[in-house]
Design a protein around this ligand. Sequence first.
Ligand SMILES: [Fe+2]
Length: 494
Amino acid sequence: MTADVRSLRASRDQTVSHHGGFEALEDELEYTVPLRAIKGSIPEAVSGTFFRIGPGRNKIGGKEFGHWFDGDGMLHSVSFNDDGVAYRNRYVRTPKYLAETRADKIVMRSFGHNAPGGIRKNIGRLPANCANTNLVYHAGKLLALWEGGRPWRLDPATLETLGEYDYEGKLGRFNAFSAHGKVNPRTGVYYNFGIRPSFSPRGALTGKGAIDLYRIAPSGELVEKGAFEVDFLSFCHDFALTEHYMIFFQSPIAMKSPVPWLAGLIPFDQAIAWRPELGMKIYVVRTVDFKVEKVFTVDDPFVAIHFSNAWETGDGKIEIDLTRFEDFSVNELLRDVFHSKGDTFSGTFWRYTLDMHGGEMEARQYGQALCGEFPQWDHRCTTQPTSRMYAACMMSGESTFFDGIERIDLHSGDVISHDLGPGRYTSEAMHVAPQDGDENQEGWLVSMVYDARTHLSEVVIFDARTLEEVAVVPLQNHVPFGFHCGYSPTSFAG
Ligand SMILES: [Fe+2]
């Protein structure tokens, strides 16, 4: 146990600051929480494995990383079985993690900081892959994702790192693979994308960007690649998937000039900025052949980071739910997580309707929703009409981190929320479907909750309809704040 952790635990009940949630979990653990230690009862439908990913450490050798996105990826697995709940965590063994662990200091250039040693150590170098952002379990493979590079594959049972994964050589060196792919549950096909500069002669000269597209068959084989050009290279983190389209919102978070970054003078994070003067477009791309079918222009640029579900209506429209930020000021908080606090960690929730025939676009805010992030839905309905959205939220303007979860009725706009109480903070919650044929249940939400009063975490299962906490699984350690999670119906315990 580190000195930091000892002092945090000693201070229990004296502070409810959320900042301990950013402290490192150095230990790699595995243990079972027995049924008798669990408060409430675990629903029968929750019988698989819940995965959670995020930075396991945000500093090394006493030096803070430049940005939350620089934290070394750590996978946590929580497997539900008859004996209780099996917990395990492991760092992803990326070159960055291995080199910096060995040296006990920052060694590599990353998204938010340069490597020590000046220009010579940074010129022409890409940010190191942290494998910390999201995960996917598809075709029997568990992948840790980071949008600037290729995935890292892990054993889903042991969380042992198996190596960087390139889909049998089909992901090239410059084929980034985003953190937000989506699976169409009707076909089992997994779609993903990656951003890069345009390599076309005209595009390269005019500073255009490009988005690579990938179709991965249910077998796990990457069967088709495509690409389309966009007006500029921008931070594009997620997309919306319908039955026939991939939809990309190109927010104007873009390079000021690539020269200082390429020259090794500044890290990538300092080379990008909120640039609304560049405008904002929405690209609707066909899944069948990866061709752009329609482009919409947004009059009031905003930042779209995470999407909820999307679907096509019978009359040529596309409905898309998303989280909206008015600008990129959230990045200031992400650069300084050990000290930052404020409700700009959260965005607002909106419905966008695109008319593929007329070309019009409508936007309306879910006005009753609390500010939040990490929208989720019943994944059985991906690409099909959905009635509810769930999200981590800020219970009040005084909140410093996500201290509640909410359920938004997408028809009425009605919202119910659940306050986690003093000192308890969460992030994304994953929906778990009810058992087949159980029409009375809406399903369950599984999430990690960090308790700042004890510097320990809990796995909490909520009733998706009421947001009541139906089961609380106390862990023996804290789980550092992370980004995303996933759920497999297979239990990997044992
Ligand atoms: Fe994300």
